[in-house]
Design a binder for this molecule. Sequence first.
Ligand code: ATP
Length: 422
Amino acid sequence: MKAEVIAVGSELLTPTHIDTNSLFITERLNQLGIELQGKSVAADDRTALRTIVTDALRRSDLLILTGGLGPTDDDLTRDVVSDLINAPLEYHAEIFEAIEKRFASRGLKVPEINRRQAMVPRGAAILANPNGTAPGLWIEHDAKRILLLPGPPRELKPMLERVIEERLASVAGATRLFRRVLRITGQSESSVEEKMQPLYARWLCAPVRIVTTILASLGQIELHLTAAAETSDEGIRALDAAVEEVKHALGRDLFSVNGQTMQEVVGDLCRAGSLRISAAESCTGGLVMTRLTEVPGSSDYVDRGVVVYSNQSKTELLGVPADLISAHGAVSEPVAEAMASRMAEIAGTDLSVGITGIAGPTGGTPEKPVGTVMIAAAWRRDGKPETRVRTFRFVGGREMIRFQASQAALDMLRRWILEAAP
Ligand code: ATP
């Protein structure tokens, strides 16, 4: 079944509103094994909407429109669809009565313009909307199915769930789609792609076919694996086997096999090893701590963090020797190491990181250009902290550099914990 989504609303064509309904619809359709042919955003304009719906009807078997079912003149979805399929609009008194009741329950009189919402193309099935005034509509026309859903997400979501249960699940094929998001760090997109190519080719011909998409984002590469299978057992088994192959191909650079973020992965490792963690941050301004503490339950392993931005604060709060800073500069490996090890000692944690760098846009020098970040990890075993330190050269603007530094710091901890694991 070929499907297409059309989000209707001129506000969705401005810089202030995003069409999120189509993401939710796509996710739910994919779970039924239905893939999208395309999607569009249409203005509240009769001609534009008519053109888009006409094209989509030519291409697809299932068309889902969201929005434009309200009572005002610019809500045109009902009119345009009724016109296109030659199904005249008919007044349904019971819809208007339900709207009247909704208004009355708030002590209000329903405006006359709401009568428009009681107009239904002949032959359409009415989908009740317990969360709003606009009912949804299900239309079957020339072997095509057209679904009209209200725009507000809180009205659309429960309505779509009911349509899936009552109508769509039975017409979708037996095949369902199962997804897995894998995340990789420490390799470029092209190097991941090169190692993955032989696997892609094999997976495409496997009994349970797996399609992959590779996406580069800041500080990580994502691989999305989609398996088409008839049962969840089959789908999950195929994905599990595929993940094992990726582990083999990419090794420790593969840090997440089930959509977990870096901070969740590090958190799980700390919890499993009963390790407590602290951080001393300069150029990341607390981003490592923010990310770690975003994870519910992180108090199991997060102890504390300090932001030591000035040289004075590095000395006052952490006891980093002032002459170490003047000898090497604040952005240097010895200072990063001192930050991490002093932090671990002061906090009494097993692990700590120290981050110092130049996030820019100013402050770079020929030897230490913008994007230079020194990251140290410390591990206190038998009292004395052991440290590891690396110099990174990140590219991008200030926010990008800060994020990549936080990612690299968390990744250093992750790799060290894994290495030390029995
Ligand atoms: P109503 O009866 O509430 O007027 P409607 O079907 O006419 O419903 P719209 O008026 O088009 O819906 O949109 C109402 C609100 O729903 C918008 O202000 C917006 O906040 C939200 N909305 C509409 N379409 C989308 C979309 N595609 N993605 C996310 N939100 C949306």
